[in-house]
Design a protein around this ligand. Structure first.
Ligand SMILES: Nc1ncnc2c1ncn2[C@@H]1O[C@H](COP(=O)(O)OP(=O)(O)OP(=O)(O)O)[C@@H](O)[C@H]1O
Length: 264
């Protein structure tokens, strides 16, 4: 299957600091890929490079075309972005925030079309944010706000969605909703690439990219034993991957000596 995103010798710096080191990736189309790894591994930096938000060296191509060759608006229609702790205008209404996702579809200063309004409604309903559409973003809780930002990313109706920590602040039912949403997007033929700290959630993806110290240490299907071993290794064997009721789960590995006082 052809790649949604390919990188070759991708390197990036933040300030003077080299952060990503010659990353080669091939992320399949119509699949969900999760990027995991310890704090500071460079996951967000990689995702920002894939989105064209950070200067880098080496090559990145999206849907078979080098990132730099895409006209900006066209790229913004094909590549949707949900960032981590994004600053957004608190006084905008939820409806207006979601409508920002339609900007790449709109002519300069023209009002939203019926298609734009329909896409925004679908997106707000999909994240159960529709009832808040007249409220301002600043009046929402962290998790509610995250669902509105997710709706904005969905409203783009892009072919490829890049999401950095999309589960931040979401309670368990809404995390499960997010999983179903991503699976539905993939069934529709979209490609999703997410950075996730919740390893158990990441294991629901089709593919896993494991990162440490600015490098990819493993890429493979989530169901593969080799992927599980790479995951356990990158987290210093402080987690163990097990099968449970048809799902993969990551359990913390607790040192019995250190925790023995709990049993006293
Ligand atoms: N402005 C900066 N200048 C230099 N180094 C930076 C800068 N911003 C971030 N870094 C460093 O870059 C590295 C990669 O950061 P990045 O946010 O990509 O990691 P991450 O894997 O997403 O981490 P986390 O899991 O903690 O979110 C970290 O070691 C971080 O300290």
């Amino acid at each position: 299957m052809s790649a949604a995103i390919e990188t070759c010798e991708l390197s990036a710096r933040l300030g003077e600091e080299p952060i990503l080191h010659r990353i080669a990736l091939n992320l399949p189309r119509e699949r969900w890929t999760s990027i995991v790894g310890p704090n500071g591994a460079g996951k967000s930096t990689l995702l920002r490079c894939l989105a064209g938000l950070l200067p880098h060296t080496g090559a990145v191509s999206v849907l078979g075309r080098p990132l730099a060759d895409w006209p900006q608006r066209q790229r913004a229609r094909q590549l949707s972005w949900l960032g981590q702790n994004e600053a957004s205008a608190d006084d905008l209404t939820v409806w207006d925030v979601a409508m920002l996702g339609r900007l790449p579809h709109q002519a300069w200063l023209s009002p939203p079309s019926a298609d734009d309004r329909a896409a925004v409604e679908r997106a707000l309903r999909a994240t159960q944010a529709w009832d808040w559409r007249a409220r301002s973003l600043g009046q929402l809780s962290g998790g509610e706000r995250q669902r509105v930002l997710l709706a904005r990313a969905l409203a783009v109706e892009a072919q490829v969605l890049l999401m950095d920590e999309p589960l931040a602040n979401l309670d368990p039912p809404h995390q499960a909703d997010w999983l179903e949403l991503v699976q539905a997007l993939v069934r529709e033929g979209k490609t999703v690439v997410s950075v996730l700290h919740e390893v158990g959630m990441a294991l629901h993806a089709d593919e896993l990219v494991v990162m440490a110290q600015g490098r990819v240490t493993h890429q493979g299907p989530c169901a593969d034993a080799a992927t599980h071993r790479a995951l356990e290794a990158v987290f210093d064997h402080r987690i163990e991957v097990h099968a449970l009721q048809g799902q993969w789960v990551a359990l913390p590995r607790i040192n019995p000596l250190k925790s023995s006082h709990h049993a006293d």
